[in-house]
Design a protein around this ligand. Structure first.
Ligand SMILES: [Mg+2]
Length: 273
């Protein structure tokens, strides 16, 4: 039996990265209240469900939503770029067990198969950088660098050692990097949510600001793609090359601008009869 399907049956899906896209740590409030008003409107006009697609764990994201005083919960959450949860009618978060368990199993196997390579990368990080190697439940292999420059150096070392044909992948978000399987990222996870809800890419919107958003900002996943004005240059260039929408505004003001671009207000002009 499939578990974790949301009670609400939408016609459109809206996928938002959290940090740097919706959430501005210097903002007061960190997420514009106008953003939530627009979501309410789009729920009525387009039967749009919305979700957060983040590199954060579920627990850490829920902390972030509480700290940001979100007035309503998302319909779905994709945590650690791959773990899917749907909001149940009783307010609990129901995991998509089939998908989540497959992710964990396949990534675990892949890391075992890549043991020598991972050992080499770990050794390199330890000996040549001040970055921290992360290995803990739910987070089998990750790196936290001290600076973006250090992470860029580490990435170059990884790229020269991992063959392009390897299933081993990684997701980078500023100074953070998480190893995993190339098959499980924000794009494939959003596509999984869409399949569960029977929503085609033409009716899916996605917005993100950083490297780990790349796979969801793809027309095979979402026809409506955008990045906020504060996006990293590689993501802005990608959105531009794909014919997506480059916002002038940053953070949640950018998300509002992009939503208004793809879901314009119905004209209220009346024509003479
Ligand atoms: Mg981000």
């Amino acid at each position: 039996m499939l578990t974790g399907i949301p009670p609400y049956r939408p016609n459109h899906l809206l996928s938002f990265d959290f940090d740097g896209t919706l959430h501005n740590p210097a903002g007061v409030p960190p997420v514009s209240l106008d953003f939530f008003a627009l979501l309410t409107e789009l729920r009525e006009t387009h039967q749009a469900a919305w979700g957060i697609n983040t590199g954060r764990s579920l627990e850490y994201l829920l902390e972030g939503l509480a700290e940001s005083h979100f007035p309503s919960s998302p319909d779905f959450i994709i945590a650690r770029e791959r773990e899917i949860f749907f909001l149940a009618s009783d307010g609990t978060w129901q995991p998509d067990d089939e998908w989540n368990e497959r992710c964990e199993r396949e990534i675990g196997q892949l890391l075992v198969e890549s043991e020598d390579l991972m050992h080499e990368i770990r050794h390199l990080v330890k000996e040549r950088t001040g970055a921290e190697w992360i290995e803990q439940p739910g987070e089998p292999a990750g790196i936290i660098a001290r600076t973006e420059t250090e992470m860029a150096w580490i990435l170059r070392q990884i790229e020269t050692r991992v063959p392009p044909t390897s299933a081993l992948g990684w997701q980078r978000n500023s100074i953070y990097l998480r190893f995993g399987d190339r098959a499980f990222q924000k794009g494939s996870s959003l596509a999984r949510v869409a399949r569960r809800l029977d929503i085609p890419p033409a009716c899916i919107f996605a917005i993100g600001d950083s490297h780990n958003d790349l796979e969801m900002l793809d027309h095979t996943v979402a026809a409506m793609i955008a990045c906020p004005g504060n996006a990293v240059s590689e993501i802005s260039a990608h959105i531009n090359a794909q014919g997506g929408y480059l916002c002038r505004e940053s953070y949640s003001e950018g998300a509002i601008e992009a939503l208004r671009h793809f879901f314009p207000k119905p004209s209220t002009e009346s024509f003479p009869s």
